[in-house]
Design a protein around this ligand. Structure first.
Ligand code: 13P
Length: 248
């Protein structure tokens, strides 16, 4: 039985004060929730948010991690720095990184490996654009994104990693993949992992991301291969995000 995981991705939003207030509201509101919850917050606020989350059990995550261990890489934040300040998770390969900042399958794989080395759990984001979906390339794109990481890190790494399927066309658009569309790709990803290691495939958490909202979360999370969500816009509102957390 896989443990559900709900993760908020605040992206580049809010001030320190707003982040702290949001974290405190989540900490108070989640006392009665048993599944795992995490928030991926801007680097500069990680320590403040960690303090605001206190002993709530809500885990801290970063939105990216460097592809190198240390050294002359101006502007980057290493996995050891994230581990140092209590970060449990780091997103790698979010589609916004891939499309706006040139992250490639190779650099995403390097980031994944750096996180693994420091015991920061990488959350590998994969997903196709609308154009790719419409030209029937969804599985091919997901394969390439997954294979680059499996080749670099080994399938065993997925024993301690999370995968997030985020169709690019559903991110921030209000257009959610239907439950069946999402389930189809989640199942496919799990099968790809199972071809290499069935035990890991059974265990690995695969989150869905892309316009998850309080009113669609329950049906998505009820699908057999969807183990939770990676929530963008709706994670900025405490009430809505708490409702999503309670939908598992
Ligand atoms: P939205 O929930 O705003 O569509 O964003 C999804 C996402 O990109 C989470 O990483």
């Amino acid at each position: 039985m896989r443990q559900p995981l709900i993760m908020g991705n605040w992206k580049m939003n809010g001030s320190r004060e707003e982040g702290v207030q949001l974290a405190k509201a989540l900490a108070e509101g989640l006392e009665s929730v048993s599944q795992e919850v995490a928030v991926c917050v801007p680097f500069v606020y990680l320590s403040d948010i960690r303090a605001a989350l206190g002993s709530s059990g809500i885990a801290l995550g970063a939105q990216n991690v460097a592809d190198q261990a240390s050294g002359a890489y101006t502007g980057e934040v290493s996995a050891s720095m994230l581990a140092d300040i209590g970060c449990k998770y780091a997103l790698v390969g979010h589609s916004e990184r891939r499309s706006y900042y040139g992250d490639t399958n190779q650099s995403v794989a390097a980031r994944f490996c750096q996180a693994m080395k420091q015991n920061v759990t990488p959350v590998l984001c994969v997903g196709e654009t609308l154009e790719e979906r419409e030209s029937d390339k969804t599985f091919q794109v997901v394969d390439e994104q997954l294979d680059a990481v499996i080749d670099a890190a080994g399938i065993e790494a997925f024993d301690k990693a999370v995968i997030a399927y985020e169709p690019v066309w559903a991110i921030g658009t209000g257009k959610t993949a239907s439950d069946e569309q999402a389930q189809e790709v989640h199942k496919y990803i799990r099968q790809r992992i199972a071809e290499r290691n069935p035990a890991i495939a059974e265990k690995v958490q695969i989150l869905y991301g892309g316009s998850v909202k309080p009113d669609n979360a329950k049906a998505l999370f009820a699908m057999p291969d969807i183990d939770g969500g990676l929530v963008g816009g709706a994670s900025l509102d405490a009430k809505g995000f708490l409702q999503i957390c309670h939908s598992v």
